[in-house]
Design a protein around this ligand. Structure first.
Ligand code: PLP
Length: 390
């Protein structure tokens, strides 16, 4: 692995989660599995197969580059860019048979002309804004008229329409959903058929199944993260983040640790140094609140968190020694901090905690309860991870 700080990805749990989601939504709802941000830190390329073989219908990403990374490895999977792609890059969308989000007639025309030149058809989903105010056609009659114009473009296939919940409460959700349905109704009454209609992300898909229509876009729940409030499904956290103690030393009461001596020993202490830092995606603002688990005991992170290392107070951990395993993010068992607890301490959400883990940290994939593959982004030639490039 060449590094002792790594992320373990349990593909058995991933498969379990997607099957549970499939069970929950039934056979008539397509699952556009959201694998943007390198599959929320899990490694988009590596998890895609598990997702698609266990009930996923399509892979959804935010950017063209994310789509191309997947397309290079998977010529057959359906890939959908939920975000905006600038005009000058639309050619890549066509060349690589990627489904594109569209919300203007100007862009649709550009896509249509390019497709005509290449003798191809571009598949698009219309983004319709029902109040999130990020991307999408604003909710009005002119927008509907324009969308109907897009249907007339010969080399464009309008396959779907989608919107996004702001999740601002039951009433606000209901209003967004109703506005979305009214728009769909008008478009379909004009004689145009929309194969896919979707508005639900993870939370809304579980809490408001009545809004699932015939496609959902789950991200967080694929990875075993639960944020819903009303309903529940059984999920297993996929990711754990681990390291090892590299160095242990005794310091005297009054000595400081790390930059600016923000932490000072209030007693004679034993300090462990662990090789992970904010450049691995660990939040720097965890200083003073963060903890790791060593031999089933929690150890507080002390002092300023460095780019590549941090120090923990292990004075109260019996028999602690160099080389001991450290759990940075666990699943809550054996006194570990799960992603939920980490996100609370870091004053952020669970998606941010996992998606920010950088490519410096190797990924170790577990399948059928054993190591299936080690992916070291920085030196792919050094292990089997080159396989995925074939
Ligand atoms: C990221 C994203 C999702 C998935 O969100 P989760 O909360 O992780 O389920 C769904 N739809 C869109 C448009 C997104 O950008």
């Amino acid at each position: 692995m060449l590094r002792d700080t790594y992320v373990e990805i349990n593909l058995d749990h991933m498969a379990y989660n997607i099957r549970k989601i499939r069970q929950f939504v039934g056979e008539n709802v397509a699952i556009a599995a959201v694998v943007k941000a390198n599959g929320y830190g899990h490694g988009a390329v590596e998890i895609a197969k598990t997702i698609m073989e266990n009930g996923g219908d399509c892979l959804a990403v935010a950017t063209l580059t994310e789509a191309l990374e997947l397309r290079n490895v998977y010529p057959e999977y359906k890939i959908f860019i939920m975000g905006y792609t600038p005009d000058e890059y639309l050619e890549y969308v066509i060349d690589n048979n990627i489904t594109q989000c569209i919300f203007s007639i100007e862009q649709a025309r550009i896509l249509n002309d390019l497709s005509k030149l290449k003798d191809k058809k571009a598949v698009v989903h219309i983004k319709y804004d029902t109040g999130f105010n990020r991307l999408g056609y604003r909710d009005c009659q002119e927008s509907i008229d324009e969308i109907i114009e897009i249907f007339k473009l010969e080399n464009i296939i309008v396959e779907g329409i989608f919107s996004h919940f702001a999740l601002a409460g039951d009433e606000a959700n209901k209003k967004q959903f109703n506005d979305f349905m009214n728009a769909i109704d008008k478009i379909e009454k004009s004689g145009n058929k929309l194969k896919y209609k979707h508005i639900c992300d993870s939370i809304s898909a579980i809490d408001y199944p009545e809004f699932n229509l015939n496609m959902i876009r789950p991200g967080a729940i694929l990875y075993g993260l639960k944020s819903f409030r009303k309903n529940d499904i059984d999920l297993k956290q996929v990711l754990t983040f681990k390291s090892k103690i590299y160095y242990i030393k005794k310091i005297k009461k009054g000595e400081g640790v790390s930059y600016n001596y923000k932490w000072k020993a209030h007693r004679n202490s034993i300090i462990g140094t662990i090789p992970f830092g904010y450049a691995d995606g660990y939040p720097r603002n965890m200083a003073g609140v963060g903890m790791v688990t060593i031999n089933g005991h929690r150890a507080p992170i002390i002092g300023v968190i460095c780019m590549d290392q941090c120090m923990v107070d292990v004075t109260d951990i019996p028999f602690v020694k160099e080389g001991d395993h450290v759990v940075i993010y666990g699943d809550g068992s054996n006194n570990t901090l799960d992603i939920q607890e980490v996100s609370k301490l870091g004053d952020t959400n669970k998606n941010e905690i996992i998606s920010r883990i950088t490519r410096r940290t190797p990924r170790v994939y577990i399948k059928n309860n054993k190591i299936d593959k080690i992916l070291n982004y920085l030196c792919e030639g050094e292990n089997e991870s080159v396989e995925y490039k074939r």
